[in-house]
Design a protein. Structure first.
Length: 273
């Protein structure tokens, strides 16, 4: 056999595969990279969802502006069937059925024209809410602020700091008004309160990296940490609870005839003089 053939046979018989040790090293490296990258990917995915949610709320902010232009610079109202009315407008509706078409999301729908805007992609179980015909077809992740309902633009001092719409938790019932609906957030009843153990707000949904998106009276939307919200009498709308109380429940403890004297009333923590 020639020297060339011998060398060829020797090379052909040599194994080029990985040894067990090399395979274990490769697997370990892949595991380390996965542990590093997966949280990054999850955070990036949540950031993308937050961007969609921000877009939703900006569109709602634009709809709020258009609605007020059509209604003498006054915001949609709380559909009260009680006498006296629980709305700033003083309106009393005859029954719950007549309230459905004027629910805040139905009031904005002609300006939005898409029910998908009312669902946040990070909300796994948005509330099934009634459309203008009374059918529960609208998936809703957002909640409007009762202190601002029915108010006119001239009654708002800081429109860029006055919250109109914000996020709520999935299937929230803590903010129940009538019939177990989570339509309106009420700061004077502790809806913005933060659980010191979990960091989770009571009703407002701080689901985006510990923060929450808010739509304001001037139409813009912005992300805030939960702690920033509760520290502000404007961002919580507590300033409106104090300035425009609707007795007996949308008020702070200083108002004569106010029945809302719960310790959860964070609006009482701010000075008003």
């Amino acid at each position: 056999m020639s020297r060339h053939n011998a060398a060829h046979n020797s090379a052909a018989g040599h194994s080029t595969g990985f040894t067990l040790s090399e395979l274990l090293v490769v697997i370990a490296i892949i595991a380390i990279l996965a542990a590093i990258l997966f949280p990054v990917f999850a955070q990036a995915r949540e950031k993308a969802r937050q961007t969609v949610c921000m877009s939703n709320q900006k569109q709602m902010g634009t709809a709020v502006q258009m609605y007020m232009q059509d209604y003498d610079q006054r915001l949609y109202f709380y559909a009260s069937t009680d006498t006296p009315s629980r709305s700033h407008t003083g309106a009393v509706l005859p029954d719950d059925d007549s309230a459905i078409p004027v629910l805040w999301w139905n009031a904005l729908m002609p300006y939005i024209k898409s029910s998908q805007i009312f669902a946040c992609p990070s909300d796994n179980a948005p509330s099934l809410s009634a459309d203008a015909n009374g059918n529960n077809t609208i998936k809703r992740s957002y909640i409007s602020c009762r202190p601002v309902e029915g108010l006119a633009l001239s009654q708002i001092d800081l429109t860029a700091e006055t919250t109109v719409i914000t996020e709520k938790w999935s299937g929230t019932s803590d903010a129940a008004e009538e019939g177990g609906q989570d339509n309106w957030i009420e700061p004077q009843k502790g809806d913005f309160n933060i659980d010191p153990l979990t960091g989770r707000m009571a009703v407002a949904g701080n689901r985006h990296n510990g923060g929450i998106l808010c739509t304001f009276f001037d139409g813009h939307a912005k992300w805030f940490r939960a702690e920033t919200i509760v520290a502000s009498k404007n961002l919580t709308d507590c300033v409106l609870v104090n300035a425009y109380p609707v007795l007996p429940d949308m008020c702070d403890n200083g108002d004569a005839g106010c029945t809302n004297t719960s310790d959860d009333n964070i609006c009482n923590t701010f000075p008003w003089q």
